[in-house]
Ligand binder design. Sequence first.
Ligand SMILES: NC(=O)c1ccc[n+]([C@@H]2O[C@H](COP(=O)([O-])OP(=O)(O)OC[C@H]3O[C@@H](n4cnc5c(N)ncnc54)[C@H](OP(=O)(O)O)[C@@H]3O)[C@@H](O)[C@H]2O)c1
Length: 282
Amino acid sequence: MPLRKLGSSELFVGAIGMGGMPLSVNGRPSESQSIEAIHAAIEQGITFIDTADAYCLNDSENGHNERLIAKALKQHPEVVVATKGGHIRPNGAWVTDGRPDHLRQACEDSLKALGVEAITLYQFHRPDPSVPFAESVGAVADLQREGKIVHIGISNVSVTQLEAALLVTKVVSVQNRMNLFDRSSLDVLKRCEELGIAFLPYSPLTGMGSAGNIGDNETLSRIATAHGASAQQIALAWLLQLSNIIIPIPGSSRKANIINCAEAINVKLTSEDMALLHALAK
Ligand SMILES: NC(=O)c1ccc[n+]([C@@H]2O[C@H](COP(=O)([O-])OP(=O)(O)OC[C@H]3O[C@@H](n4cnc5c(N)ncnc54)[C@H](OP(=O)(O)O)[C@@H]3O)[C@@H](O)[C@H]2O)c1
């Protein structure tokens, strides 16, 4: 299986990870179906699962996704679980909270939810406009110094914010939105390549509302047919071939779909395919 480095030589993951969000937000499947989807991912060789304390219906059940993943992974200590803190879910809304006190409490809660003594990769979920970015990142760095976090990642950042974070601490990954139709973070990807930092494109299939329909795009559909692949596999293969620091984290609530995503590592796009796919983004 192709491997990608995640910040340090001892931490390699497979080329494709899994995003846990659809298993815990609106429209989520039953717990048994969710666990079946996670186990299917592992059987396909997926060794990296992305989650967050905020992947839940609302803040009465913070940590829902973390607890679910921990339960599914009891027999699978080899899987790297990356969580995040910095969002709260009052009445189901998505609100940022990057205050150091909140991040400290969120990290303690994530440690409990995941049932671990240290979180392998803790990502600051999103800059909070009401808190200086360096203060939030500094709080996460303190948690690392205290041994509660092994590696630090950041998410939803600009190049300027990435540089600002690096003045505070070592960062091993950046998680920003990127897919065939959204290249707004290409500059961040480029900087991550220069720095040797992993890039985790979220919503790699365009997100929960639209991922099932990307095959409606004629170019994508034509390339998929030529490879005997799904449009979603082509979207993931494009990301994998775009850069060798990319670890896509497709979200799925269904065994069949997560198997389909994992098999995207077998799709080899030609340079002509890549050029046609590059031209899809406006
Ligand atoms: N850092 C952040 O701010 C942030 C924001 C958003 C997401 N994320 C992370 O990124 C992960 C992925 O992003 P996302 O969930 O927003 O979007 P996504 O991965 O682009 O799309 C998820 C959707 O794709 C569908 N899907 C998956 N595989 C498929 C396949 N092979 N064929 C057809 N449909 C397929 C899923 O449907 P089924 O459920 O029916 O399989 C699901 O509704 C999340 O789970 C989360 O971990 C992070």
